[in-house]
Design a protein around this ligand. Structure first.
Ligand code: NIG
Ligand code: FE
Length: 402
């Protein structure tokens, strides 16, 4: 099995409960697809058969993790972008049958091949900045066939690009037009037909639901999560994005991996996340695009030591963004998070949000060798500069990405 030894590296290992876990003058040994050893340069293994990579003091981080995306979809919503510039709100556009439903219409029309081809440049943009694991949700089909079509595209992207993808079923993302006025009947369909079918095809790693005035009620959301858990699947939820319906407390009480968005989360409800080990996934891209002014309760999350993750939320409506580095910068400038919190948000805490933290998220002996070499010396630079991609090389599970 091939071995690679990184020498003269500055490691942001992301080990420990805060900060970067920084190690200067470090060496790291990869054996096969895993990290086999990390230590001081002076103690490095010396064996002529090992391939040596001299990092010349460059920064090494774990592969980045984008733990919340909707990047498979048909069409675009540039018209809604223009409508919002003329004063319409996201919720008003949704109420008029636009928003998520406009994308549902386009996604139903698109072939699997078209969805794949359209998703490629989006996912490549993420990978080019050091992403080695991402999550992709369904949720623009709202019928069995289209939800399954989307998840198949996600599975094919994983196979063809050699990147790790968590496939999340989001059948309860919006009420499809054919069920207008019959939300409970649609939830029955999601629970009894759509989700079991998608799971039967081996296409579901986790289940999500959108609990919001423009989507589903707390009770409907809980039914979906309960059904998913009956089927043995991990759960997460879009909650408290536009209003406070109590979704975060409900999902956390059910042991959700993460609750996502959270601008309207009451600081008092942060305790539910802390008590249940639920990750807070913050999405500054959607906050920025929708010109939200209500900030998520960062101080309360920090105080209760709730792990905060960050993600692009890449989607055609609220967050047409495909740069995790830009998201880190936004987390610092808009949410006043520190650069260390931002990097933890796209590594160790994002891995936790996917339930994958035993395998990925830190540079640590025994974990998968997902490693990014940056043309940088200091980790704060990742959040600081915008528009210059400092990614030099990416190793995914021990193999260099070409
Ligand atoms: O995370 N909040 C719900 N879903 C997406 C938006 C989807 C869309 O507008 O197409 C989000 O913001
Ligand atoms: Fe989302």
């Amino acid at each position: 099995m091939s071995q690679t030894l990184f020498v003269n590296a500055t490691l942001a290992s992301m080990q420990g409960n805060s900060g970067y876990g920084l190690q200067q003058q470090a060496a790291l040994l990869v054996d096969g697809d895993r990290i086999a050893w990390i230590g001081d340069m002076t103690a490095r293994p010396r064996d002529d058969s090992i391939e040596i990579v001299d990092c010349e003091q460059r920064l090494l981080t774990p592969g980045l993790v984008d733990c919340h995306t909707h990047l498979i979809y048909g069409g675009d919503r540039a018209d809604e972008f223009e409508m919002r510039l003329e004063g319409a709100s996201y919720a008003e556009i949704a109420a008029r049958g636009g928003g998520i439903l406009a994308t549902v219409h386009a996604t139903r029309q698109a072939s699997e091949e078209e969805l794949f081809a359209e998703a490629l440049p989006r996912i490549r943009a993420l990978l080019g900045e050091g992403v080695t694991t991402l999550e992709i949700k369904s949720g623009y089909g709202l019928d069995s066939a289209t939800e399954i079509k989307m998840l198949r595209v996600a599975a094919r992207l994983e196979r063809d690009l050699g990147v790790r993808i968590q496939k999340t079923f989001l059948g309860a993302h919006a009420l499809p037009p054919e069920y207008e006025g019959h939300a409970d009947a649609y939830i029955d369909l999601v629970c009894e037909e759509m989700l079991p079918q998608a799971q039967h095809e081996g296409l579901v790693d986790a289940v999500d639901v959108f609990i919001e005035s423009i989507a589903f009620s707390l009770e409907q959301g809980e039914r979906v999560l309960a059904r998913a858990q009956d089927l043995g699947l991990p759960v997460k939820a879009h909650v408290e994005q536009l209003s406070d319906l109590g979704g975060a407390a409900m999902a956390a009480a059910r042991g959700a991996l993460s609750v996502d968005h959270l601008e309207y989360l009451a600081p008092a409800d942060v305790a539910h996340l802390a008590d249940n080990g639920t990750v807070a996934v913050l999405l500054p891209g959607a906050f920025y695009v929708l010109r939200e002014t209500q900030l998520p309760p960062i101080a309360a999350l920090r105080e209760r030591r709730v792990p905060m993750a960050l993600a692009t939320d890449a989607n055609p409506g609220s967050s047409p963004l495909h740069s995790l580095l830009l998201i880190m910068n936004m987390a610092c400038t808009l949410f006043r998070m520190t650069p260390a919190e931002a990097l933890r948000g796209v590594t160790v805490n994002a891995a936790r949000a996917l339930g994958m933290d035993r395998e990925i998220g830190t540079l640590e002996t025994g974990k998968k060798a997902d490693i990014v070499v940056w043309n940088l010396q200091r980790p704060a630079m990742l959040s600081y500069r915008v528009g210059v991609n400092p990614c030099r090389a990416v190793m995914q599970a021990g193999r260099w990405r070409s």
